[in-house]
Ligand binder design. Sequence first.
Ligand SMILES: Cc1cc2nc3c(=O)[nH]c(=O)nc-3n(C[C@H](O)[C@H](O)[C@H](O)COP(=O)(O)O)c2cc1C
Length: 202
Amino acid sequence: MLKLIAIVGTNSQRSTNRQLLQYMQKHFADKAEIELVEIKDIPVFNKPADKHVPELVSEIAEKIDAADGVIIGTPEYDHSIPAVLMSALAWLSYGIYPLLNKPVMITGASYGTLGSSRAQLQLRQILNSPELKANVMPGSEFLLSHSLQAFDKEGSLIDLDSIEKLDAIFDDFRLFVKITQKLRSAQALLHKEAENFDWENL
Ligand SMILES: Cc1cc2nc3c(=O)[nH]c(=O)nc-3n(C[C@H](O)[C@H](O)[C@H](O)COP(=O)(O)O)c2cc1C
């Protein structure tokens, strides 16, 4: 069975992005084992000189390493990804490279009509940086707009078109994970490049 880690990109207790990932965990239970990972207790990134990452970050990195792929659910605050998600990604690229070449699917839920599109675009750019270098699925984005009204009391998505779209994108992602597993020729080289990359000696 496909093993996926779903990063809840927020520290808000009441999050429709978390709801969406919980829905995906249940809805796709016969297609993948999805484990939700919280980043809300990770300390704010402070670039320690010894490059020691917090225990919680190491644990998350190990989970990502062991998974076939990663889903990142991002809210949008002021046209950006939440600070807590940026901070977690900074830790996850500080002397460790768990996301390198990892297949990533981005989801986003927002209260308005644009469904976190600007945050998603920004997240794609961030994930392309030298020490993250994830393989983000191209093309398809899952945007859930009007997310406060999107779920029923059981936490299921209400809108059938949204479900159909999520199903199709998730099927593509499962295929993308398989294809990405075959794209390994440059893996060792990219890893070395990331290891040797040093912002202080460019
Ligand atoms: C300070 C602040 C800024 C926000 N900025 C945006 C924004 O730029 N775009 C947007 O769609 N929603 C914005 N929102 C509304 C929701 O927080 C946002 O839609 C979020 O993605 C909802 O996700 P959540 O339910 O997981 O918290 C903002 C809210 C606050 C409090």
